[in-house]
Write a protein that binds this ligand. Structure first.
Ligand SMILES: Nc1ncnc2c1ncn2[C@@H]1O[C@H](COP(=O)(O)OP(=O)(O)OP(=O)(O)O)[C@@H](O)[C@H]1O
Ligand SMILES: [Mg+2]
Length: 339
């Protein structure tokens, strides 16, 4: 006997769960707030994330994943246990979990994910890379020998891949994601404007006026910060053009990754992609103009998938019904204990 099946997209920024028979049940920040002295968990998910930068010295907000992989085992187990308990409230048996991981991870990183899921209460685990899950979740037809490129822009990683013949034909994982753009904004304001801002303010600036292209009409935002010289709180205006320049280096690095993959694959796959286009997934693909920037820089048509932030979790969910067939693509469950 086995428990329910959960598709778990364990993201650097967000954790999203798909439960068999129910669909997506939550998508919430990968964050946990703990008492600094006792280690007691005070909050997880949204509540913990909202405390970022606002905690007293006795509380720490921890983001237990970095670059898409486990950076703090103990905290990750605590956070996952809480999420899994919530999903499995009414069931006795331990769940089977299909977990999404970055396209390129080391054996050590893969084992760390298996270990934390086992400790958090999983009975069986199947590890599936983001590119495969995103392709299934974005409804990309890739059973035939015909290539399509996907770019999953997450918080801690950018997975650039080519899928064909029901598998991942090429993949490159860039070890930075949209969170690096938020850090770019913090550094830019400190360096060029002598202004200090918190992480949540910089996130807001990125989402509201950030962009991968210069806007035809510049827009601006008034935000709260601190004068780095005097230490006084200030309201300041920042423009979309400033943010464009602040994040440009990382945007260009994504383009370089795409060009490298395009030039490393076979001419046949490359020709397919020029016809089939590029599909963007991950919440980072909501950045203004990222699709038009990549399209004009590569000459390949780019489209953003529907609900791009849910594609990986949906793909994990759809795959759970197909797990026998997936054996041919190299996916299967690893067993721990049934109860
Ligand atoms: N409207 C928006 N514009 C730009 N970026 C956004 C927007 N909304 C969310 N983001 C960014 O998307 C990132 C989170 O994306 P996502 O949830 O896909 O990441 P993840 O799956 O947790 O990370 P990873 O797959 O890298 O481990 C965050 O850095 C967030 O700031
Ligand atoms: Mg992701």
């Amino acid at each position: 006997m086995t428990g329910i099946c959960i598709g778990l997209d364990i993201g650097t920024s967000n954790m999203t769960a798909y439960v068999e028979g129910k669909g997506i049940v939550f998508s919430r920040p990968s964050a946990i707030a703990c008492d600094t002295h006792t280690g007691r968990i005070l909050a997880v998910g949204e509540d913990a994330f909202a405390m970022t930068g606002r905690t007293p010295g006795s509380v720490t907000v921890i983001r237990p994943f970095s670059e898409g992989v486990v950076s703090d085992m103990k905290i990750t187990v605590a956070m996952l246990s809480q999420f899994i308990d919530e999903v499995c409230r009414l069931t006795v048996l331990k769940p089977n979990i299909i977990a999404g991981v970055p396209g390129e991870i080391t054996g050590v990183e893969r084992n760390a994910i298996l270990d934390v899921l086992k400790s958090a209460g999983a009975s069986r685990v199947c590890i599936m890379e983001h590119p495969y899950a995103a392709a299934v979740g974005a409804d990309v037809a890739f059973t035939k020998p015909y290539g399509t490129m996907l770019i999953d822009i997450g918080g801690g990683t950018v997975d650039i891949s080519v899928v064909s013949m029901n598998s991942v034909a090429a993949v490159r994982t860039l070890r930075f994601g949209s969170e690096a753009l938020t850090q770019d904004i913090i550094k830019y304001l400190r360096r060029e404007r002598d202004i200090e801002v918190g992480y949540l303010t910089a996130e807001d600036i990125k989402k509201t006026i950030g962009g991968a292209v210069v806007r035809n009409e510049e827009i601006a935002l008034v935000a709260k910060g601190r004068n780095a010289v005097t230490g006084s709180p200030i309201n300041f205006e920042v423009t979309s053009t400033e943010v464009y320049w602040a994040i440009k280096e990382h945007i260009d690095m994504i383009l370089t990754g795409v060009k490298e993959i395009l030039s490393s694959i076979s001419p046949e796959l490359s020709a397919d992609i020029f016809e089939s286009g590029i599909v963007l997934t991950g919440k980072g693909s909501l950045l203004y103009g990222i699709d038009s920037f990549l399209e004009s820089s590569t000459g390949v048509q780019v489209r953003i998938a529907k609900e791009p932030w849910l594609c990986v979790a949906k793909g994990l969910g759809k795959s759970m019904h197909n797990i026998r067939k997936l054996k041919k693509s190299g996916y299967g469950f690893e067993y721990f204990n049934e109860l």
